[in-house]
Every structure is written in C-alpha cells, then in structure tokens.
Write a protein of this length. Structure first.
Length: 145
C-alpha cells in the first residue's frame, strides 16, 4: 500500500486530509503540514495583492510618462487591476492595511520594471500617487502628476 503524502501526490493528500478533518479522525491528520499550507495560502493572497498593485502602478506611470503611447489597452488594464485589487480586499479585508504598508516597497520595484520596459529613467523617487488615487476608478494621472 502506498502512503499518500504531500510530496508524492499533493492533491490526493489534500483530499485525504479534508476527509480526515470532516470525519473527526484527528489522530491521522498531518497538523504541522496543514498549518504550513494555511500560512502559504495567506502569503499567496499577499503576493497576489502586491502583483496587482505593481501592474496597476506600472500602467499609471506609463500613462503619465508616455502620453503619446496611451491606448485603450492600458486603460482597460488599469481598470482590470483596480477591480481585481478591490475583489482581493473585499475577500480579505485585513490585507487593506498591508496594501498601504507595502506601497513604498512596491513602488521601488515598479520603477525598476518601468525603466526596463520604457527606457525612461527619471521616475519620481517616491510614488507620486496616494493609495486613494491608485484605487479610485476615475483617476488617471496627467502629464504633470
């Protein structure tokens, strides 16, 4: 008989652990690894939030600093990322604080990516947009802001 572990068949392991929890077979449950997986799920939500914020700020910078290249595609990307951020925050309200706390570090990463993508190297040192502006559906930066 092959023992199902998280290493040899993760999906089967998750199903087995869920069954053991539901049926009260606690003595067979891999509590330590379940705890690790739960923590990983929380971290993945934070990473998703950061990724969405990065894409959004990147497109806001491109909108501001490359006005001649503005497109409907950029506008739709900005709208999509705002909606996805809103969805993540509504499903995980505690992450809203994390979003505000991570803005500066996220912006630093964004400027590196933006410089690589645009060739423009004079982005503001600090994020020129407040979190409120970033998340406001109608906000699009002007060339001066």
């Amino acid at each position: 008989m092959n023992l199902i572990t998280h290493d040899n068949d993760f999906y089967a392991w998750t199903q087995e652990q869920a069954h053991l929890l539901r049926t009260g077979q606690f003595h067979q449950i891999d509590f330590d690894y379940i705890a690790e997986e739960i923590e990983d799920m929380g971290r993945s939500q934070k990473r998703e939030l950061e990724n969405r914020l990065e894409v959004l700020i990147m497109h806001l910078l491109k909108w501001r600093f490359q006005p001649n290249l503005r497109s409907r595609n950029w506008q739709l990307t900005i709208k999509e990322q705002r909606l996805r951020l809103e969805k993540i925050i509504s499903e995980n309200p505690s992450l809203k604080t994390f979003l505000a706390d991570s803005l500066d570090k996220t912006y630093q990463l964004v400027t590196i990516s933006a410089e690589r993508e645009t060739g423009f190297s004079s982005f503001p040192e600090n994020c020129p947009y407040s979190l409120t502006e970033i998340l406001t559906p109608e906000f699009l930066p002007s060339e001066g802001r």
